[in-house]
Design a protein around this ligand. Structure first.
Ligand code: DX5
Ligand code: ZN
Length: 215
């Protein structure tokens, strides 16, 4: 199966986000990765439901909402109502992760859980059956343009083995520092969705950059 490419809007021109989304759609992106940051869970602040709601009518792209926020259970329904198709929360941000994942499921959105680089896969032992997607961070979240953490390759491989052993066909999404040089190795170890911000929006040709990540 070819990987899906989910460019991150964090690296887009924030003064023209609707235009940037249309550029992504025309360039063949599969998803739009929306990095929601609250300035508490991560040291950066981006946008919330009003921005998703404003952007929703401008594209049919799958809205892949990556909630890097504390206590995301307060916001799940708002992001779904604003137009999120997939909602991913951080295991580290949820005191009651099982309940939060069920909350996302109840909205009809695809359910995602994310782990920061230092959080072991064992944190997902009791949750893999409740999600459609696991997002493994290959940078410490908060900013685009950071260097890929190489240990992520082993983590992706081990997660794919965990899923295979349990006959789970989850999406394994990787996010942070992904480019044309490390994308082949990520595809090889079992990643199914690649997020890229600077490697896409920093490229002269969006379509060629997205195609190169897809392989
Ligand atoms: C970081 C975000 C990533 C980031 C990716 O906290 O979750 O999605 O925007 O940007 P690049 O591809 O430039 O590392
Ligand atoms: Zn992200």
């Amino acid at each position: 199966m070819p990987v899906l490419v989910a460019p991150s809007l964090l690296s887009a021109d924030f003064a023209h986000l609707a235009h940037e989304l249309r550029r992504l759609e025309e360039a063949g992106a599969d998803w739009a990765h929306l990095d929601v940051m609250d300035g508490h869970f991560v040291p950066n602040l981006t946008f919330g439901p009003p921005v998703l709601r404003a952007l929703r009518p401008h594209t049919t792209l799958f809205f892949d909402a990556h909630l890097m926020i504390e206590r995301p259970e307060r916001w799940i329904e708002e992001y779904r109502a604003a137009g999120a198709d997939g909602i991913t929360v951080h295991a580290e941000a949820c005191v009651h992760l099982h309940r939060c994942l069920a909350q996302i499921r109840a909205t009809g959105a695809r359910v995602g859980v994310s782990l920061n680089p230092a959080t072991p896969l064992s944190a997902l032992e009791e949750s893999l059956d409740s999600v459609d997607l696991v997002l493994l961070m290959s940078v410490n979240p908060g900013f685009g343009g950071q260097a890929f953490i190489p240990q992520t390759l082993s983590k992706v491989r081990r997660l794919r083995e965990m899923c295979t052993a349990r006959a789970l066909s989850l999406d394994i999404q990787v996010d942070g520092g992904i480019n044309v040089h490390n994308a082949p190795a990520l595809r090889e170890v079992g990643a199914s969705v690649l997020v890229a911000g600077s490697a896409v929006f920093g490229a002269p040709d969006l379509r060629a950059a997205i195609a190169a990540l897809r392989g």
